[in-house]
Design a protein around this ligand. Sequence first.
Ligand SMILES: C[S@@+](CC[C@H](N)C(=O)[O-])C[C@H]1O[C@@H](n2cnc3c(N)ncnc32)[C@H](O)[C@@H]1O
Length: 240
Amino acid sequence: MVQIKQSIYLEFLSKFGVASAHPGGMDLTKEILLAENINRTSSILDVGCGTGQTTAYLADYYGANVTGMDINPIMVEKARNRIMLEKLSAEIIQGSIEQAPFENEEFDFIFSESVLAFVNATNALNEIYRLLKNGGRFIANELTLNQPFPDKEMEEIKQFYGFDSFYTEEDWVLLLEKNGFKNIQIYKPQYSLLQNNAVPEFHYSENIDPQLFMVMMEHFNIMYKYEGIMDYRIFTCTKE
Ligand SMILES: C[S@@+](CC[C@H](N)C(=O)[O-])C[C@H]1O[C@@H](n2cnc3c(N)ncnc32)[C@H](O)[C@@H]1O
């Protein structure tokens, strides 16, 4: 039985079916993917796939062998629906990246877009390392902290989003190294968290709790308040 740690923000994302719920949206996803050597024979895991927009793109544009996994059953249903409606071939499963239901060394590439902050990052990175083939690539779009917050504000933000951790760029690199990853590279996209926010797709559930309508506004309030402090990076690395 998969245990879901839910926050009001994650509930909002799933009930509103917010697609590409990561900094930079699909434009940045496409740019990052182009730098990788993906082809039809690549086996790829999209961790925390949400409504499955990246999973679908990987299946459609690259014809790759893609699996999307998310812990949230509403996200899983919306991602499956997308794959079906777009008549694509990709598997969508419910599972947690802290204890993933796959054999060792199944994947050439693992992507995670705005997921690791929500989970126990050490457990997740251990699993990602286990699931990658030797020479496989891990690519993550992750939130970073540019300077320490006062404890009280940090707690408020962690609670609102449901973050397990909120690390600096250096913390992420140390954690990746500790979990055995090599060739770690960091890319700082040209746009800040608040720039380049194309209006996302929404895939609404029925019967949305009225309090969830305030969540998007609160999210942008936090983004404005902590502009320059909350940030994000693209981390790429290899299992050797
Ligand atoms: C900010 S959303 C990003 C979704 C998607 N990657 C995207 O860019 O649209 C974070 C996602 O991580 C999922 N998630 C949270 N904890 C997870 C876990 N332990 N294993 C797998 N997915 C998880 C959430 O359900 C949510 O769909």
